[in-house]
Design a protein around this ligand. Structure first.
Ligand SMILES: Nc1ncnc2c1ncn2[C@@H]1O[C@H](COP(=O)(O)OP(=O)(O)O)[C@@H](O)[C@H]1O
Ligand SMILES: [Mg+2]
Length: 505
């Protein structure tokens, strides 16, 4: 019988309050490049760490070449011929590139001393082969992030590991570095070594992987040959939606006014590793959906428009006027408000009252000669609490005591109090209960009818289809498709998420 290079059977790993791996099984053959895919938080890195001795599993077994494998640390994994390039780096930036390459395995001469000359010579040869032009005596930290990954890779490859696990190595790489990595992966396959390759970039998986194991919320939802599972199948599974159950096309384009010129125009938004030439137009009275998998660049796009992210290139114009010295205050002054994704850390102040949270940002507008009218604030807060149906005992209740749906409404009220012209909403309904969600969705509809231009980021396909006039789908930091009218369907969005877009190479 043919033994697998590495097997995991029913591996369980729990962190306080959460099950990161729920009976995960995976089988890696010799000479196989196996993709480990899934959205952020699916458990990929946790599995990588269990397979390489960083984490001790709470249950399940590992086998290497048919033999039971017990890993009490990374050293055990190394002895078993398992090497890893981790997502968060494990190298020592202040030490030389050469030392990092050989760490713990330096060439030694007589008396057991490190043979520095030999070490440098070997290191230089290895780096040349990896296309990293650098003086190997320089600190590792002097290299770019992508080159540092290649050094980490070179370290495990030259160290002789037979099973090599790579966790999102390309996230910080430049195109030539990615090509080097792919070349190395192909060589490893030819040598009969095995690679477990973690990435959420579909393009890469289809380029170099044979098999795929798909994680979702800590569970394996699929495993098998990659080509047998088309891109759409892969994306559907990542999102937890079997393609067969997708509903048919739905009516859309309710409050679109195609005649109007775009109120907000973002052109060529570009940021290294994040956004590649993203252009978006937004009309008044329109809800534009922004779809895509996690990590596709949706949040970055919203932040870039709101002046909260520096760009390498790109421009944003509002009502025909370019936003100059791009900053959050500049954007707010131009009427652009962003309701951020993480309301806990980027928005709400839980220890303050509803009243204070809502009025915070609008104070300058409500004050006259620096004096704020308490009565005006009360009226405004009252209006918003009624309009948004914020459920609370009084305007003075602490926001921390509200349900997450009502917290989200308070945050929305704060932005609306500034009378924005453009509202960018990043996952506004995530994690709130069904009732509050429906109320928020209705509210967005009303706001659009009132003439606001709304950009809605959502991972909820149904919400995009039902709530948006148009949907722009991002993939790998670029626009993959723009769907309008009857083309705004869940199937259309999934197809776009899975589509092949020329990669930035
Ligand atoms: N050391 C840890 N302590 C607590 N929770 C963790 C730890 N590492 C990961 N998690 C949680 O486990 C889940 C899976 O995380 P991870 O394996 O990093 O996912 P992925 O790599 O697929 O994005 C996430 O919800 C994450 O917050
Ligand atoms: Mg990860």
């Amino acid at each position: 019988m043919v033994h697998q290079a590495l097997e995991a059977a029913a591996v369980v790993k729990a962190f306080p309050g959460m099950l990161a791996l729920d009976h995960v099984s995976l089988s890696l053959a010799r000479g196989e490049v196996h993709a480990l895919a899934g959205e952020n938080g699916a458990g990929k890195s946790t599995l990588v760490k269990v397979l390489t001795g960083v984490h001790r599993p709470d249950g399940g077994r590992l086998r290497r070449l048919g033999e039971p494998l017990r890993l009490d640390g990374t050293l055990d994994a190394r002895r078993a011929g398992i090497g890893a390039v981790y997502q968060d780096d494990n190298a020592i930036p202040s030490m030389s590139i050469a030392r990092n390459l050989f760490l713990g395995d330096e060439p030694r001469g007589r008396f057991g001393l490190i043979d520095t000359a030999l070490m440098h010579e070997r290191a230089a040869a290895i780096l040349r082969a990896y296309g990293v032009p650098a003086d190997v005596r320089r600190p590792l930290g002097s290299l770019g992030a992508g080159a540092q990954k290649l050094v980490a890779l070179a370290r495990v490859v030259t160290g002789g590991a037979q099973v090599i696990v790579m966790d999102e190595p390309t996230a910080v790489m430049e195109p030539p570095e990615v090509r080097t990595l792919f070349r190395v992966v192909c060589e490893l396959r030819e040598q009969g070594r095995s690679v477990l390759y973690v990435s959420h970039r579909l393009e890469e998986l289809y380029e170099i992987c044979d098999q795929v194991t798909l994680l979702r919320e800590g569970r394996v939802v699929h495993t098998g040959p990659l080509t047998a599972l088309g891109r759409r199948g892969l994306v559907s599974l990542m999102l937890g939606r079997p393609p067969a159950r997708l509903p048919a096309a739905q009516q859309a384009g309710a409050h679109e006014r195609p005649g109007d010129p775009p109120y907000l125009r973002a052109t060529g938004l570009t940021r290294r590793h994040a956004l590649a030439d993203v252009s978006i137009e937004l009309r008044q009275g329109e809800v534009l959906g922004l779809g895509g998998l996690l990590g596709a660049g949706r949040t970055e796009t919203a932040k870039a428009i709101a002046g909260a992210l520096t760009l390498d290139a790109g421009q944003v114009t509002v009502a025909g006027a370019p936003l100059r010295n791009r900053s959050i205050t500049g954007a707010i002054r131009a009427g652009v408000s962003l309701l951020p994704e993480n309301r806990k850390t980027e928005g709400i102040i839980p220890s303050l009252s509803i009243r204070d949270n809502i009025s915070l940002a609008a104070l300058p507008r409500l004050s006259r000669f620096g004096v704020v009218s308490g009565a005006r604030i009360d009226r405004m807060v009252d209006t918003f609490m009624r309009r948004l149906q914020i459920k609370a005992t009084s305007p003075h209740q602490k926001v921390a005591e509200l349900s997450s749906g009502n917290q989200q409404k308070v945050l929305l009220a704060r932005w609306l109090a500034m009378r924005p012209k453009v509202l960018l909403l990043d996952e506004p309904t995530r994690g709130i209960d069904v009732g509050a969600k429906a109320e928020l969705q209705d509210l967005l509809d009303e706001l659009a009818v009132d003439g606001l231009a709304i950009l809605l980021i959502s991972s909820d396909l149904e919400e995009l289809v039902n709530g948006c006039d148009r949907v722009v789908v991002l993939r790998d930091g670029a626009v993959a498709a723009e769907l309008t009218g009857l083309d705004v369907t869940e199937e259309g969005i999934i197809a776009a998420m899975a589509s092949a877009v020329p990669r930035r190479r």
